[in-house]
Design a protein around this ligand. Structure first.
Ligand SMILES: NC(=O)c1ccc[n+]([C@@H]2O[C@H](COP(=O)([O-])OP(=O)(O)OC[C@H]3O[C@@H](n4cnc5c(N)ncnc54)[C@H](O)[C@@H]3O)[C@@H](O)[C@H]2O)c1
Length: 463
């Protein structure tokens, strides 16, 4: 089947490459000429495990091509819209201008009977809006197929998703032939696209447009809620002498709760979760559903508060004065296994520390190249060892495996003071303390640890 993928960022490039690996003929279209050029050479323009190999294979077979020319999409039976839907610059809502522009640019190249399927995360009502753009083409059908991939495991998530969701006009009742039960319209087209996944037993759910539009936002809102819940409890742990790591381990053993996304720390960032909960909040406000609007506001506020708490803790660990202190930050990406720095909690904390006068050095296994141009107030080092040299305070803010496994003895030989703030609660605190480090975390500073920190602080004030 010939397929076009419009928008070749973190979502679209992976989608295009995996569709080609399933045997389809795929053209990826993007307005960013540099990105298209790189993709066309079979090289991923960002770090995503497994993507380079898929791009290399796809472009080598000739089944996968990329272009800036929407005309290259002509003749495709299915067109996937994968452009960005960032937070609007003027409100909490999503900015849909890229989606409208992409659909308008595609319009003259749509063949009769073509299917246009959105994958971007969008607010309820988006399909109606795009239907207006396609109003002159009753021969073209529209569908929505929200995407649940996670950066860092995007290739696997796309090839082995937990489920496929199809939003179609009229919902499930209209998706199948009443006589034979055979899928029709958009459902039939998507079944043909995803045939290998369906044959492998991946569940497929068919629903109406509003449900398909809301599912992704609701799923992200739930994950964000879980993270902010445990982070709020972490603050309670610090106030009460409890340990949030032990608490969440015990909570997570209850299968009704589960341990994933129940790990206290600096909180979430990136190009999806923060803007998706704000978009949901703004949709709820517009629809007059105050509880969802209020709820998302609290989840967002707790998340942002983690960053402030981290900066306050760092200041405390520097005897209350950050000015002139050499601070090293481990991590710049918004999470491990990606080089994406969109709304990175680590870089947010780094810039706040720099604004308070600290001399901040940031290191990251993959994201330094993306970050250094945008943050001239920070110093970047690609080598962890060099970044640690002379540090008076170390903050672990993105939990790359490399940092989890860091040797406290080795790191101790490089820094000026053995003080670490583990903003992701991933270090073996006992092993680090055994090497003479003062270790602080978020919600893990119970009893003895607090005592140790105070002893250390007194030492720092004297020095
Ligand atoms: N990144 C993820 O993990 C993820 C997961 C699921 C869903 N999503 C959703 O997918 C969408 C895309 O996210 P992303 O992370 O890939 O964003 P991105 O910024 O990495 O990619 C968007 C791409 O669209 C291109 N683009 C913009 N306007 C265009 C136009 N008119 N025509 C063609 N291309 C155009 C941009 O140049 C860019 O390459 C968003 O709605 C996001 O919420 C993202």
């Amino acid at each position: 089947m010939k397929i076009s993928v419009i928008g070749c960022g973190y979502l679209g490039a992976v989608h295009a490459a995996t569709l080609a690996s399933m045997g389809h003929t795929v053209v990826g279209i993007d307005v960013d000429a540099a990105k298209v050029n790189q993709l066309g050479r079979g090289v991923a323009p960002f770090f995503e495990p497994g993507l380079d190999e898929l791009l290399r294979d796809g472009t080598a077979t000739g089944r996968l091509t990329f272009s800036t020319d929407f005309g290259a999409a002509a003749g495709a039976q299915v067109h996937f819209l994968c452009v960005g839907t960032p937070q609007s610059k003027t409100s909490d809502g999503a900015d849909l201008t890229f989606l409208v522009a992409a659909t308008e640019a595609l319009l003259p190249h749509l063949a009769g009977g073509a299917v246009v399927v959105g994958k971007s995360t969008v607010p309820v009502g988006t399909v109606d809006m795009l239907s207006d753009v396609l109003a002159g083409r009753p021969d073209v059908q529209l569908g929505w197929n929200p995407e649940f991939l996670r950066q860092g495991t995007a290739v696997k998530d796309t090839l082995v998703p937990d489920r496929l969701v199809y939003g179609v006009s009229g919902g499930k009742a209209a998706a199948f032939n009443p006589g034979t039960g055979a899928p029709r319209g958009v459902t039939a087209a998507l079944d043909a696209v995803y045939e290998p996944l369906l044959n492998a037993g991946i569940p497929r759910l068919v629903c109406n447009f509003a449900t398909a539009e809301l599912i992704k936002s609701a799923a992200n809102a739930y994950l964000a809620t879980k993270v902010s819940f445990i982070n709020a409890i972490a603050e309670l742990c610090d106030a009460s002498g409890a340990d949030v790591a032990e608490l969440s381990e015990a909570m997570g053993m209850d299968p009704r709760i589960g341990s994933r996304y129940l790990h206290a720390g600096l909180g979430f960032g990136g190009g999806c979760l923060p803007k998706d909960i704000r978009s949901l909040s703004s949709q709820a406000a517009a629809l007059g559903v105050a509880p969802v609007n209020d709820w998302m506001g609290v989840v967002d506020a707790i998340n942002v508060r983690q960053r402030t708490r981290t900066v306050d803790l760092a200041a405390g660990l520097c005897g209350g004065e950050l000015s002139g202190r050499a601070v090293t930050i481990l991590g710049a990406a918004f999470k491990p296994e990606t080089d994406d720095i969109r709304d990175s909690p680590a870089l947010d904390v780094a810039t706040r520390l720099a604004a308070a006068g600290a001399h901040v050095t940031v290191t990251d296994p993959k994201a330094v190249n993306n970050a250094w141009l945008r943050y001239p107030q920070l110093r970047f080092e690609s080598s962890t060892a060099r970044a640690l040299e002379g540090a008076e305070l170390v903050l672990l803010l993105t939990e790359w495996d490399e940092y989890r496994r860091l040797s406290p003895a080795l790191a101790g030989g490089l820094v000026r003071r053995r003080v670490v703030l583990d903003g992701r609660n991933v270090l073996d605190a006992a092993a680090w303390r055994a090497e003479g480090w003062m270790v602080r975390g978020l919600g893990t500073n119970s009893g003895e640890a607090v005592q140790t920190a105070e002893d250390g602080l007194a030492g720092m004030r004297q020095s």
